[in-house]
Each structure stands twice: as structure tokens, then as C-alpha cells.
Design a protein around this ligand. Structure first.
Ligand code: TRP
Length: 326
């Protein structure tokens, strides 16, 4: 049996944070051995919310370096920019005929983004975000897509488009399944539900131990625990959420001593900072290696783009044939 195929992707927003690691990368790294993986840098998708493109290349490179530093293997799996494989735009156009405006307007991820980013008038390309994503996945005949909860509606739209195409023109595409990441997402340093660059509440994978300490020092904890001795409630504390991910062994003790007041927030934060930095140390080390060898990075990208292009071309010639556009 050939391995099933995964298409995983992220929008390049620059250096990645520990929320990306916990919510996605850790999972991708595990999955790269079980599946044949393709790793997409979704640079076109960035345009849906940011027209300014001055940093788009550097942001893509920074993200790629973080992927590699975390342990994604470019020999096993091609890594490539969406904008370099023209077949994405071609398939996106054809797919845009297979879904209604109404269906896209019901996409809950779009509604969330409009609310979070204060968007009043949606551009055509933003409405079509999931159509482009369907093209990303199906161009490589992805059977599975590792995603967080918020992306599940997009995978569902990809399934609908695959089904519609297959019914209309003949079987070409699999119906991709979402592979949910099981760890809940990390809260931000401000206590908000989500770590996100635009909210400026992140710990970067490239942050050195001093920076991690300084950032944690400012983190919001239980507002009722003002000084050491005050009893705290770890269930509402973001630092405790980080302990659960990066310091599992000490969680029961921290829980008890936070509640009793024996453990103060400053100590608790410093212990957390050093555990996070332990996990980040090898990543930072590997990042340095690549930063000193940027030509290796361009080689990896060129190679990934060549391999992705070959698969994309094969799918498109099948599509064109089925549609009598050959
Ligand atoms: N929409 C995804 C996100 O914001 C990024 C993405 C673009 C993607 N194309 C993809 C993810 C294809 C998986 C598969 O996280």
C-alpha cells in the first residue's frame, strides 16, 4: 500500500511562536514518517488580509527556517511557496466555478476574521480563501490535512469541491480528511485565548532564555493572587497552561503549591521560563546553523518547488483532460 498523502500549510507571518509548535509543528513532525507529506508556504493567502508585500519573501524564509529547526525533514517532504507553482492559481479558477457565493459567505472562519480584524467589506479573494486552500490540498491529492479546529470548515469546503468536481467531470480527487491536533491551543501572554503575532502576545521559537524570562515576567496570572502566600487558581492561569505543556512532571506539585499560596508567581514563572527554554535550546541551535547557511535554505526551497511542481503538473493534466481543456 502506498503511503497516504498529507498536505500541510501555514501562512508565512515571519518567525513562528510556541503556539505554532504545540498546535501544529509537533504534529507535522510526527506525521512526516507515517505519511508522504507536502509542506506549503501559503504566501498568496497572506494577501487576503495584508496587501503590503515588502516582507513576504523574508517572512517565508523565516518560517521555513523554523520548520527545519523544529525537525521537519526536507529530504522526505518537499517545502515550497504557493506563489511559485502556477497550477495553484489555475486550479483555484476552475474550483471557483464549483461553489456558490452563498456557501462561502457561510464560512465561520471568515466571519471570525471579519470580527477580529474589523473588516467591513470583504474582498473577493478573501471570500475565496477556502477555494484557494482546496486547490492547495487537491493539487497534491492530499488525503489528510493536519489542522486546528478553526480550519476544519475549510477542509469541509475542500471535500465538497472534490466531490462536485468528481461528479461533474470524473474521478480525480480524494476527499481529504482533517487530522485534528489534539493539544488545545496555547493561550497568549496576555491571557487571551490565542497566541498570535498580531496580538503581540507570543513567545517565539527563536527567543533566547533572557527574552523568554522577560516575557514571562510580564505574563498575566490569577488577578486575585497578588503576592506570595495568596492562594491562586491555576485553572485560570496561562502560566499553568504552559507548565502543562512544557513541564508536565511538576504540574501536580505546582497545582498544590499555587492553591495553597506556598508558590509565588515569580518563582512559578521563572521555573516555567527555564523549561520552555530547555525545549527551545536545540531549536535555536539548529536555527543558527541555517542562518549561517542561507544558500542551503534556497537549495531546499528550489528542490521542494521542483518536486511540488512535478506533482502539480501531473494533476493539472489529468484535470484538463477530464474537462476537455487539453
Ligand atoms: N489556512 C491555513 C491557516 O491559516 C493555511 C493554509 C493555506 C493551509 N493552505 C493550506 C493549511 C492548505 C492546510 C492546507 O492556517
Amino acid at each position: 500500500m502506498p503511503k497516504k498523502r498529507i498536505l500541510s500549510g501555514m501562512r508565512p507571518t515571519g518567525k513562528l511562536h510556541i503556539g505554532h509548535y504545540v498546535g501544529a509543528l509537533e504534529n507535522w513532525i510526527k506525521l512526516q514518517n507515517e505519511y508522504e507529506s507536502y509542506h506549503l508556504i501559503a504566501d498568496y493567502h497572506v494577501l487576503t488580509t495584508k496587501l503590503e508585500t515588502g516582507e513576504i519573501y523574508q517572512d517565508s524564509i523565516d518560517m521555513l527556517i523554523d520548520w527545519l529547526a523544529c525537525g521537519l525533514d526536507p529530504v522526505k517532504s518537499p517545502m515550497f511557496r504557493q506563489s511559485q507553482i502556477k497550477e495553484h492559481t489555475e486550479l483555484h479558477l476552475l474550483f471557483s466555478m464549483l461553489i456558490t457565493v452563498n456557501r462561502l459567505e457561510r464560512n465561520p472562519t471568515l466571519k471570525d476574521q471579519m470580527r477580529d480584524l474589523n473588516i467591513e467589506q470583504v474582498i473577493y479573494g478573501h471570500l475565496g480563501y477556502p477555494v484557494l486552500q482546496a486547490a492547495d490540498i487537491l493539487l497534491y491529492k492530499g488525503n489528510a490535512v493536519p489542522v486546528g479546529e478553526d480550519q476544519v470548515p475549510h477542509v469541509e469546503i475542500s471535500r465538497e469541491i472534490a466531490r462536485k468536481f468528481n461528479n461533474q467531470y470524473g474521478e480525480v480527487f480524494p476527499e481529504p480528511e482533517p487530522l485534528l491536533t489534539n493539544f488545545a491551543r496555547l493561550p497568549g501572554l496576555d491571557g487571551g485565548a490565542k497566541m498570535s503575532k498580531s496580538l503581540n502576545n507570543t513567545i517565539l521559537l527563536s527567543d533566547n532564555p533572557e527574552t523568554v524570562k522577560a516575557k514571562l515576567k510580564k505574563a498575566v496570572t490569577d488577578p486575585n493572587k497578588i503576592r506570595k502566600g495568596d492562594p491562586g487558581n491555576p485553572d485560570i492561569c496561562l502560566v499553568f497552561a504552559y507548565h502543562k505543556k512544557f513541564n508536565l512532571n511538576e504540574v501536580p506539585e505546582i497545582d498544590t503549591n499555587c492553591r495553597s499560596g506556598a508558590l509565588g508567581c515569580v518563582d512559578c514563572k521563572m521555573r516555567c521560563a527555564s523549561k520552555i527554554s530547555e525545549v527551545l535550546a536545540p531549536i535555536i541551535e539548529k536555527r543558527k546553523y541555517y542562518e549561517q547557511r542561507l544558500n542551503e535554505i534556497t537549495d531546499i526551497l528550489n528542490d521542494g518547488e521542483k518536486r511540488a511542481k512535478a506533482t502539480a503538473e501531473a494533476t493539472m493534466s489529468e484535470v484538463r483532460k477530464k474537462m476537455n481543456l487539453g
